[in-house]
Design a protein. Structure first.
Ligand SMILES: Cc1cc2nc3c(=O)[nH]c(=O)nc-3n(C[C@H](O)[C@H](O)[C@H](O)COP(=O)(O)OP(=O)(O)OC[C@H]3O[C@@H](n4cnc5c(N)ncnc54)[C@H](O)[C@@H]3O)c2cc1C
Ligand code: FES
Length: 346
């Protein structure tokens, strides 16, 4: 034991060691010390941080049994984002990749102010904020934004590529009774103070892979995928790119002009929007159905050569449906990166 109030944690099989203080979760301790381990929601909802306790005593905060079913808890599985240590620990990371450990960026808190909000559809907004200091992040990552007067904190993925600057863009979906998002039309105004903490997330663009890039998203899942796409374009890498985007009806689509322009500019890029609830009056000639069915139908026929890197972001049921489809299409599980936009528990 390091001292009365903190314990040593050793991660296997990577052999990385760190300290965890009493009262903080193992995941919070990792963020504090700039050690990148797999995570998603940070709230016991998504299972991305699931690991196995090899040695030591722990207590778990409340979590969803969808993320950690009882039979897994009984076989010493834990969620790092819910785990408090009561002794030194040895933990086996079930999912880790060298890129993640190598590209870790320490999490910090930033003062910020709102620059503006723009309507992209009836319920999608583009938000721009300015930080007091530049934030380093990887394309596809997210931050936690807190509204200081209310203390409400929500996770939002950057839509802009990382350029080491102070301004960040987001694409947000508005929920009528959403504690945060219902304030997008009226409650929040340019100049308002915000607190930003990050960067978080492991669904970031992997560089230097020659194979095709497949992006699959729905709703505000556009945000991190757009960041990844813009970053890819700026990197100058030459890869085939397919962007499958699911929406309910035509009025939920946006940035179509932007993608049409990219299709003419980029060598091998296709944006494939699909509508799940298009009525006959919409005169929709594009793809129809849920996005996982469209990926199932089309991915094989796209004639993509090489090992695919796939990124998927959006509502959890969409991701749960997309992951097996990607695997059935031959994408290696370790080359599928995703972020489930789970609902906040606080
Ligand atoms: C890693 C991560 C990244 C995220 N990135 C983004 C992003 O880039 N853009 C974005 O818009 N959101 C993103 N989210 C979701 C976001 O953090 C909030 O959950 C969302 O904005 C709703 O918050 P709220 O306070 O408005 O609603 P809350 O007050 O939390 O919920 C109120 C009601 O709104 C509805 N609702 C809220 N969330 C959802 C949901 N996910 N699905 C279905 N119904 C819901 C439900 O009816 C709920 O009862 C992300 C979440 C995670 C975990
Ligand atoms: S369950 Fe731990 S990060 Fe989502």
């Amino acid at each position: 034991m390091a001292d009365a109030q903190s314990y040593r944690v050793r991660f296997e099989p990577v052999g990385v060691e760190m300290e965890v203080a009493e009262g903080e979760t193992v995941l919070e301790a990792a963020f504090r010390q700039g050690i990148a381990v797999m995570h998603g929601c940070k709230e016991g909802q998504c299972s991305s941080c699931k690991s196995r306790l090899l040695e030591g005593d722990v207590e778990l905060l409340k979590y969803s049994t969808f993320a950690l079913p009882d039979y897994e808890r009984e076989t010493d599985h834990i969620l790092l984002c819910r785990t408090h240590a009561y002794s030194d620990l040895t933990i086996e990371l079930l999912n880790y990749d060298e890129d993640l450990l190598r590209r870790s960026i320490p999490v910090k808190e930033y003062e910020a102010r709102l620059l503006g909000i723009e309507a992209l559809t009836h319920d999608i907004r583009r938000l721009e904020i300015e930080l007091a200091a530049p934030l380093r992040f990887w394309a596809g990552q997210y931050v936690d934004i807190t509204l200081p007067e209310t203390g409400i904190t929500r996770s939002f993925s950057m839509a802009n590529p990382p350029r080491g600057g102070r301004s960040l863009e987001f694409i947000l979906k508005k929920y009528p009774d959403g504690a945060f998002s219902s304030r997008l039309d009226g409650g929040l105004a340019p100049g308002d103070r915000l607190i930003v903490k990050g960067p978080y997330g492991t669904c970031f663009r992997r560089e230097g892979h020659p194979g095709p890039l497949v992006l699959v998203g729905g709703g505000s899942g556009m945000s991190p995928l757009l960041s990844i796409l813009r970053d890819h374009v700026e990197s100058g890498e030459k890869r085939a790119v397919r962007f499958f985007y699911g929406a309910r009806t035509r009025r939920d689509l946006f940035y179509l002009d932007r993608f049409a322009e990219m299709e003419t500019e980029l060598e091998d890029f296709r944006f494939i929007p699909a509508l799940s609830h298009a009525g006959p009056e919409e005169d929709w000639t594009g793809e129809s159905g849920f996005i996982h069915d469209v990926v199932k139908r089309m991915l094989g026929a796209e004639g993509l050569d090489g090992e695919i890197d796939a990124y998927s972001c959006g509502p959890p049921p969409m991701i749960d449906a997309v992951l097996p489809v990607l695997q059935m299409a031959g994408v290696e599980p370790e080359r599928i990166y995703f972020d489930k936009f789970t609902q906040a528990v606080r």
